[in-house]
Design a protein around this ligand. Structure first.
Ligand SMILES: Cc1cc2nc3c(=O)[nH]c(=O)nc-3n(C[C@H](O)[C@H](O)[C@H](O)COP(=O)(O)OP(=O)(O)OC[C@H]3O[C@@H](n4cnc5c(N)ncnc54)[C@H](O)[C@@H]3O)c2cc1C
Ligand code: FES
Length: 274
């Protein structure tokens, strides 16, 4: 039975900074009362304001950066939960539940890991790239393709570009980088022979993009991992609000559903059916 991770806690965290990012985003940095050791990239926290402003149900956000005692979240402001978080006062408290979820798997960066990010789906990749570099991955073994509808949704692109790995940006409207989506950009890279065709894919973004990545991986027989951003109620395996259909022949076995919050948010492509 899927259970919340043993290292998850519920505690207060003080808002250290909130900085606008992109057209509709913020970088929210918090200092938890009890600092965390190094957290695996791709895990997430449930966040809400401690002063009661905003929804009672906390919202899930990926760890964007972990620096010293602070944790930074990259948040697209779309509804009441994210508006309340973006409007929190500096030095005020948030309730922080986590770390939750499994995070990205440890996979060898050979011959190349390709990270496909759609819009705010870039958030779980910053720490992933940093950790792979820290563990000795060659920068040329990592490629990030970061796409969005338009330039304003390529949140904190500069931070990714400064990591020292190859970052290709794409926009649907051609306002920045490659004119097209992340998969069209990847196909163009393959066609030009600039990236190995036996790459391993890691993707996070809107569901249509993840479905397309899954199909591509199947067609080309590539390993792929998808980080899902399902709706979540509790984040700890109780409410069944986040289920994703599994494949009977996949690694999650014959049970028809998995809980995204405890068995994910990262799933092997062949384990789930989007
Ligand atoms: C594991 C995980 C990690 C996430 N990481 C981040 C992150 O790093 N940064 C970030 O900005 N967001 C992230 N999200 C998404 C974020 O949790 C939602 O955007 C947030 O809950 C919206 O809350 P709200 O109250 O502002 O909007 P709501 O009122 O809840 O929603 C506003 C609108 O967005 C739609 N919506 C809300 N949540 C989702 C969803 N999960 N999928 C599709 N549509 C949705 C609603 O239908 C509605 O139309 C993550 C989600 C998960 C599950
Ligand atoms: S969010 Fe409640 S079970 Fe996953």
């Amino acid at each position: 039975m899927a259970a919340p991770p043993p290292d998850a806690t519920s505690q207060l965290a003080q808002v250290a900074s909130i900085v606008p990012c992109g057209s509709d985003g913020v970088l929210l940095r918090v200092i938890p009362r009890t600092p965390f050791g190094p957290l695996n990239a791709g895990r997430f926290f449930m966040l809400r304001r401690a002063d009661g402003v905003g929804p009672l149900i906390p919202r899930p956000f990926s760890i964007f950066k972990q620096e010293g005692d602070s944790i930074e979240f990259l948040i697209k402001v779309i509804g009441p939960g994210t508006q309340a978080l973006a409007g929190a006062a500096i030095d005020s408290d948030l309730t922080l539940i986590g770390p939750l979820g499994n995070g990205w798997p440890e996979i060898a960066p050979e011959p190349v890991n390709i990270m496909l990010a759609g819009g705010i789906g870039s958030a779980p990749f910053y720490e992933l790239i940093q950790s792979k570099l820290a563990k000795g991955a060659a920068p040329e073994s990592l490629l990030m393709i970061y796409g969005a509808a338009t330039r304003g949704f390529l949140y904190d692109l500069e931070a990714f570009e400064q990591l020292g790995v190859r970052v290709l940006s794409t926009t649907d409207d051609g306002s920045h980088g490659f004119h097209g989506n992340v998969l069209q950009c990847l196909e163009a890279e393959w066609a030009a022979g600039r990236v190995s065709e036996s790459a391993q894919l890691m993707a996070c973004g809107p569901e249509p993009m993840l479905k397309a990545v899954g199909r591509l991986a199947e067609e080309r027989k590539l390993k792929a991992w998808l980080s899902l951003e399902s709706y979540m109620g509790c984040g700890v395996g109780i409410c069944n609000g986040c289920v994703v259909a599994t494949r009977p022949d996949g690694e999650l076995g014959s049970w028809p559903n998995a809980k995204c919050c405890v068995e994910g948010p990262v799933f092997a492509n062949e384990a789930v059916r989007l």
